[in-house]
Design a protein around this ligand. Structure first.
Ligand code: G3P
Ligand code: CA
Length: 371
């Protein structure tokens, strides 16, 4: 039985009025995740890129998270500042020597700078002078901009950087979600959150914490992912996978393996600058969404995301369609500061993680006709 059909059975069983849904109405919604914002057109991880992603109809806006010296979550892809800011010019003497993957380089580690120092940097000029003055946003600022208009898809980026630096990355993220009421029984239903990480350690930590929002394990290397057994081993730990797109081209069965276990598949990264054998990024995304059958994808070009109008006309609001069976089981939520003692009272087993269902109260047709 297909995931959407199973979902409909569940919802009807719960007494909700879905009995008149047609098969088309159960078509799973494909999810458009703006990768680092609309980063083909604006400097990645700036409010300008996030704003544009919203204007282009993204369902989720991705943030890569880093931690400043004073423990603030900021949106930054690299662990260092020099690629996307003018840090070398502003702080020429603040580089450290680091060895990564066998190479020793001078680098301006974000974790060596306070938020106040980072806010002095220009994060837009490197991309185009018209974006001069853009700053590195905090996660709080990203939430303030995106909430109620789309979901958030934060990645706990390069957690290995913080080893020995007194940073509890997972607890920081959980605390930030609490601060903005983005998890737990009173979480904002119009602002779903899905966490993602390449780190298997981090993914397991989030599961042990019962972080209360779905977690997607990113896969950059296909080694070992050649059977359904490896996929099954992650069931109950994460709720989906984010494989590099080449992994699915080489092994399309991965989609069936994951979805067969109730886990989502959201590959990365689809960009007009790199479309492989496809004539353009829209055609590439079309292939992954409607031939390979992935649930959604990360793209630098959210404006090119191919919707299917015939199915959308019957879809209505974003709904439980992208809601894996694994998320329908009660999952407790733990206070990050009490994680080791276990859930208590109302926390225990009574909470459904946020992220699915996602209903912003805007019909898909309305979204498509927005200027
Ligand atoms: O998180 C999905 C995708 O963004 C992973 O690649 O390096 O762009 O974070 P990266
Ligand atoms: Ca990412």
């Amino acid at each position: 039985m297909r995931l959407a059909q199973k979902l409909a059975v569940h919802v009807v069983g719960a007494g909700m009025i879905l009995a008149t849904l047609t098969p088309q109405a159960q078509t799973p919604r494909k999810v458009n995740v703006a990768h680092r914002g609309a980063s083909a057109y604006a400097p990645e991880h700036t409010l300008a890129a996030y704003r544009l992603a919203l204007e282009q109809g993204a369902d989720f806006v991705e943030q890569d998270l880093a931690v400043t010296k004073d423990g603030v979550l900021i949106c930054l892809h690299d662990p260092t500042l020099e690629r996307t800011t003018n840090v070398e010019e502003i702080y020429p003497d603040r580089a450290t020597t680091v060895t990564w993957e066998g190479k020793t380089v001078r680098a301006w580690l974000a974790n060596d700078f306070t938020l106040e120092e980072i806010k002095r940097l220009d994060a837009g000029d490197w991309f185009d002078v018209k974006f001069s003055g853009e700053r590195v946003p905090t996660f709080d600022e990203a939430v303030a901009l995106v909430r109620g208009r789309a979901g958030l898809f934060p990645e706990l980026k390069t957690p290995e950087v913080y080893v020995g630096r007194s940073v509890d990355f997972e607890a920081l993220v959980a605390t930030a979600l609490d601060k903005h009421a983005l998890r737990g029984p009173r979480a904002d239903p119009k602002t779903p959150v899905i966490l993602q990480t390449f780190s298997e350690v981090s993914a397991k930590t989030l599961a042990e914490m019962r972080v209360g929002v779905p977690v997607v394990l990113l896969i950059g290397n296909a080694a070992g992912w050649d059977s359904v057994d490896r996929v099954r081993a992650w069931k109950g730990v994460v709720q989906g996978f984010g494989p590099a797109k080449q992994i699915l081209l080489d092994q399309p069965d991965f989609v069936r393996w994951a979805q067969g276990e109730g886990l989502t598949v959201t590959p990365y990264t689809f960009r007009s600058a790199d479309t492989g054998r496809f004539p353009n990024v829209k055609a590439e995304m079309e292939h992954f969404l409607y031939t390979l059958g992935v649930d959604g994808l990360f793209t630098d070009n959210p404006d090119q995301f191919p919707r299917r109008p015939a199915a959308l006309a019957k879809l209505g609001p974003l709904s439980a369609a992208w809601w894996p069976a694994s998320l329908r089981s009660p999952v407790g939520i733990l206070d990050p500061h009490r994680a080791k003692r276990g859930p208590t009272g109302a926390q225990r087993g009574s909470y459904r993680p946020q992220g699915w269902p996602y209903d912003p109260g805007i019909s898909e047709e309305a979204r498509l006709t927005c200027p």
